[in-house]
Design a protein around this ligand. Structure first.
Ligand code: AN0
Ligand code: CP
Length: 317
């Protein structure tokens, strides 16, 4: 694995998820492998889970970690080529990335989309500039269009929670939100579930929230949420802003909030969310505090997933 930017960097999803589950029972088994190696993590946006779980994962492998809130503590970076830098950007990514590449063995980056210009966001300019100029493996900590560490943890959680000898039915459902959020989490979840190929997969959302088909692939799209939820073993709840009417909130219908009434349509389905989640807007208290929610277990699995990915990046890059 040269970089970890999307599901395309993974040869065998099941093998990687199994490695994560192995780390869950034997966290220090590869403690010697990261000796003398440094993970750098730079944040252009907020994070709690990704920041903490990836640090713990690196330490479990014996690595040193440097965390840098580039958005607040660093020089503002220029990403465009050939511009006269007489504005507020003090440094170009060409130097910044190359310098960080001298300091670390793996560089993790979190960079959200601007949600203004779809072409810019979907070209993944920021993370790709780091790939180009760092000269070391790049680890996505959520980029403009995908969140692969989250999706791996989601598959790990589904694998450890589903013990029946049949394919699970997984439903990705949109839910309302007051802020325009990225499509990265649903895009990524959809492309990982599609690539994994071990589930019957349905996506449900109001019209206008269609994801880029590059990610939704052959998933069944159902605009009736209650119908989509019928017989679901797992429900992945998430808000996202419109891809078509880019970055806009085109519907905020409160009837899409995930409640116990919605849960009743499922096959005693387990409820997932990447977190952070706004209670009683995205998912009701009664669901989050009830027996079907596995959101905390899911966030716990971020450690083992990141550990499996870091190990791959160290051994096979
Ligand atoms: C972000 C998102 O939806 O992409 C991060 C989720 C991990 N969520 C928020 O901004 C609330
Ligand atoms: N799920 C997730 O990535 O959370 P953070 O934004 O807190 O890292």
């Amino acid at each position: 694995m040269k970089h970890f930017l999307s599901v395309d960097d993974v040869k065998n999803i099941d093998a990687l998820a199994n490695q994560a589950l192995e780390y869950k029972t034997q966290r220090f088994k590869d403690k010697a492998s990261g000796q003398g190696k440094t993970l750098g993590m730079i944040f252009l946006n907020p994070s709690m889970r990704t920041r903490m779980s990836t640090q713990i994962a690196a330490r479990n492998l014996g690595m040193e970690v440097i965390v840098f809130n580039l958005d607040k503590e660093g020089w503002q970076l220029e990403f465009a080529d050939g511009v006269v830098m007489n504005g507020d950007k003090a440094e170009h990514v060409k130097e910044a990335a190359a310098v960080m590449g001298q300091y670390v063995d793996i560089l993790g980056i979190r960079t959200f989309p601007g949600l203004v210009n779809r072409k810019d966001d979907y070209s993944e300019l920021v993370i790709n500039q780091f790939v180009k100029y760092t000269g070391k493996p790049i680890l996505s900590l959520e980029s403009a269009t995908v969140h692969p560490l989250q999706s791996l943890a989601d598959i790990v959680t589904i694998k450890e929670s589903f013990k029946e000898k049949r394919r699970p039915k997984i439903v990705l459902t949109w839910a309302p939100h007051v802020k325009a959020l990225p499509q990265a989490v649903p895009n990524s979840f959809a492309e990982w579930i599609n690539a994994w190929g071990e589930a019957d997969f349905v996506i449900t959302h109001p019209e206008g929230y269609e994801l880029d088909e590059k990610f939704s692939g052959h998933a069944k799209i159902e605009h009736n949420q209650d119908k989509a939820l019928e017989g679901a073993d797992f429900v992945y709840v998430k808000n996202w802003s419109s891809y078509k009417d880019y970055g806009k909130i085109v519907n905020s219908d409160p009837s899409w909030t995930f409640t116990n009434k919605k849960l009743a349509h499922t096959n005693d389905g387990k409820v997932m969310h990447c977190l952070p989640v706004r209670r009683n807007l995205v998912i009701a208290d009664e669901v989050l505090d009830g027996p079907n929610s596995i959101v905390v277990q899911e966030a716990g699995n971020r450690v083992w997933s990141a550990q499996a990915v870091l190990r791959e990046l160290m051994v096979n890059s």
